[in-house]
Write a protein that binds this ligand. Structure first.
Ligand SMILES: [Zn+2]
Length: 224
């Protein structure tokens, strides 16, 4: 088994992060910790945190730092994440959150930050066609629908367009992403943790690129 990894993955909505995270999570045997999934689950279950998160997400806004950092701190203290590591997806989003994360990880640190870079035009095209199972979260698209009548091939759930994939919400989120994440990318670049990947490539090639980047860093560390 591989050594595990402590990874942050950055990339705008529609960059293909979800797919990469599922594969990386299996490959390195670490949990995929997605703030988006955590919020969607909380919203579905109608908890107080979920209702609070919904007011921001439905508007295409980001959930405030204190709320997000608290949730992440709790999740990272679980045994799986403390032992083998994690893939963080959707967090951190700001330099402030990144600093909070560094403190949470002491005396350890992140191994690597992957930026999955894609053009906004390509993202808009991908998101307009994306559909998702409302029960199990499996991804489909207009080009690759489920076999039968927009019912999920895996669980029979209804396959729909996510409200935050609709065009008005997307533009707001992409603008927010650019303005908030540029400083974050610079921050991780200065820390020597950043690796930029071409997210426009086919998904299996992107996966291989990411694994090679992680393994090269881990090999370099074990030599030093
Ligand atoms: Zn399903």
């Amino acid at each position: 088994m591989s050594a595990g990894v402590r990874l942050v993955i950055l990339g705008k909505q529609g960059a293909g992060k979800g797919t990469q995270c599922v594969q990386l999570s299996r490959h390195y045997v670490v949990p995929h910790i997605s703030t988006g999934d955590m919020f969607r689950a909380a919203m579905k279950s109608g908890t107080q945190m979920g209702l609070l998160a919904r007011t921001f997400v439905d508007d295409g806004q980001l959930v405030p730092d204190e709320v997000v950092i608290g949730i992440i701190a709790e999740r990272l203290s679980d045994k799986d994440a403390r032992g083998r590591g994690f893939i963080l997806d959707g967090f951190p989003r700001t330099v402030h959150q990144a600093q909070a994360l560094s403190e949470l990880l002491l005396p350890g640190r992140l191994d690597i930050v992957i930026d999955l870079a894609v053009d906004t035009a390509l993202v808009l095209e991908r998101l307009a066609s994306r559909r998702v199972c409302s029960s199990c979260g499996h991804n489909y698209s207009v080009q690759k629908p489920p076999k039968f009548n927009w019912n999920c091939d895996h669980c029979g759930g209804e396959v729909v367009q996510r409200p935050d994939d609709k065009s008005e919400a997307i533009q707001t989120r992409l603008d927010l992403y650019e303005s908030q994440t540029s400083p974050l990318i610079e921050h991780y670049c200065n820390e020597g943790l950043l690796e930029t990947m071409d997210g426009a490539k086919p998904m299996d090639e992107v996966f291989t690129d990411i694994v090679n980047a992680i393994d090269a860093r881990q090999a370099a560390r074990s030599r030093s």
